[in-house]
Design a protein around this ligand. Structure first.
Ligand SMILES: CC(C)(COP(=O)(O)OP(=O)(O)OC[C@H]1O[C@@H](n2cnc3c(N)ncnc32)[C@H](O)[C@@H]1OP(=O)(O)O)[C@@H](O)C(=O)NCCC(=O)NCCS
Length: 158
């Protein structure tokens, strides 16, 4: 990796490359319109990482109203729907930088009070990343994933 890492808002032109990063990195895939809907609705917090003109990572979010895991009552929640970094670009801080930007923008543009996500109980790299960012495990959902693996819900106030 030679070039600088650029962390920026995603555009519609990035979507195909984002989907490719997702296909390589995760077993959870979505139809094109799902990505597009999230980009159009909550694009200020849809973040990509670019190195040498190549999309190497993304964070896709949405905003929901609901009962907080950490805060009481009905609040605005940011939901991290999907995050991935291409294998050759991992462990260089890209996941952390994208999450920082996304969390900052969820608060700034969408006024969320809390952010949450689901993660496979066996996904140690991701759990470590979220814990480093201050997320706490707040719930266990049995058999959340299609293959039967359980999920932790992790949440953080912002
Ligand atoms: C999870 C993922 C996004 C992390 O991205 P990344 O750019 O490698 O993350 P960072 O370099 O910012 O790492 C931040 C911290 O996460 C933890 N971490 C990252 N990779 C790790 C690994 N392989 N093993 C253990 N901890 C790890 C470490 O605490 C790391 O800090 P450190 O390098 O100072 O020790 C990346 O591994 C990935 O794309 N995985 C596949 C997709 C996925 O699982 N997405 C999450 C779904 S919930």
């Amino acid at each position: 990796m030679n070039g600088d890492i650029i962390i920026r808002e995603a555009t519609e032109e990035d979507l195909q490359n984002v989907i490719e990063v997702n296909l390589i990195s995760l077993p959870e895939h979505y139809i094109h319109d799902f990505w597009l809907d999230h980009l159009r609705a909550w694009g200020k917090a849809f973040i990509v990482a670019e190195v040498d003109n190549r999309i190497v990572g993304y964070v896709m979010c949405r905003v929901e109203s609901g009962i907080g895991f950490l805060r009481r009552g009905l609040i605005k929640l940011g939901h991290i729907v999907s995050i991935a970094v291409l294998p050759n670009y991992r462990r260089r801080g890209i996941g952390t930088m994208m999450m920082f930007k996304s969390l900052e923008r969820l608060k700034e543009y969408y006024n969320v009070n809390e952010v949450y996500l689901e993660v496979r109980v066996g996904n140690i790299p991701a759990i470590n990343l979220y814990e480093k960012l201050g997320f706490k495990k707040v719930k266990l959902i049995k058999h959340y994933y299609l293959d039967g693996e359980d999920a932790f819900v992790m949440a953080k106030t912002v």
